[in-house]
Design a protein around this ligand. Sequence first.
Ligand SMILES: Cc1ncc(COP(=O)(O)O)c(C=O)c1O
Length: 420
Amino acid sequence: MSKDLFEKIYKNKGPLGKWAEVAEGYFVFPKLEGPISNRMKFQGKEVITWSINDYLGLANHPEVRKADAEAGVKYGSAYPMGARMMSGHTDLHEQLQNELAEFVSKEAAYLLNFGYQGMVSTIDALVSKDDIIVYDVDAHACIIDGVRLHLGKRFTYKHNDLESIEKNLQRATKMAKTSGGGILLISEGVFGMRGEQGRLKEIVALKKKYNFRLFVDDAHGFGTLGKTGAGAGEEQGVQDEIDIYFATFAKSMASTGAFIAADEEIIAYLKYNLRSQMFAKSLQMQLVEGALKRLDMLRTMPELKNKLWENVNALQGGLKERGFDIGTTQSCVTPVYLKGSIPEAMALVKDLRENHGIFCSIVVYPVIPKGLILLRMIPTASHNLKDVEETLEAFESIRERLENGTYKRLSAAVAAAMGE
Ligand SMILES: Cc1ncc(COP(=O)(O)O)c(C=O)c1O
């Protein structure tokens, strides 16, 4: 008999799962309760929420709630049934696509029922085995999974490193000559962990020397960057040169769903070749109507983006003034880098949450180098300057306790258990 498939699962819960016993419910799978806003409840206590991607504060905006509720009454959550291609297509799906395409200055757009699957599928549909993919080593998991489906060659370049981008384009060009394929370069508009924008302007300039198509995942740029909120391409003045633009509704639109936008002929092709959309249920109408409402607000209420940036500038400026290392962010994503072990990081986050009422995401090794702690904050339009002030004070306090060894002492038992 062969061995039991589950044997490995009983022995090894995976790189994150192995921490479940100490981390679950607190550091991972925490339950934030109450209406989505700048302050929510965690384990019964009020916390300032810096970990939800509700950039424009739309999640609980009364107009959005009203539109969602009305659409729910009108359509329920089933309509339309079936995949777009079979029985799930409607006028409103088309209207939303047209409005999105116009908003991001592309000829056409196509809806995706989830960003993640849509991204995987789009990469899959764009390349055949003779083609070569060139992409950033820090790419989001959905890009990595899309690349995994590719049967041909792929090259990663060092994060946002122009020399490495060019070197890999040279390798890809050489390889493409033999295979007879083309080159797809994939970057993010904004890298969600550290907040840097992809070097789209410089990448686009390389099109003069190399023949490739550019695909940009702008999950964090859409609605937050650029004069009109059309994203990182608009911000860098190269939207026209992005061959395929992707954004999700899960962040500044505070919903579910996503879209890709490109030339009409490319979208017409993708519509018939995106397996995750051809063989999955259409985006439900409540989400489509909700997205139309949100898009209208993005277009007509610039005050939302202005308020977001007021909060971003106050938080990032305040952190810098106080000597915190916030890396090289060029977006709303606000990372704070501190030095310490994983047990110290756990004690620090507990202190932040329990004693200061601050809820933010924490990232440690192996996602970032050993000895580094990354606290990642996402300001939104629903935060206010009092939230920022309280947070800055809390950060000064935790830095002092980190430096004077308080967390090391508090975490000694955890450290011993982890063999650190
Ligand atoms: C960069 C990036 N791409 C894609 C996705 C996936 O989008 P969705 O949540 O719509 O599946 C995310 C996360 O939301 C993301 O951060």
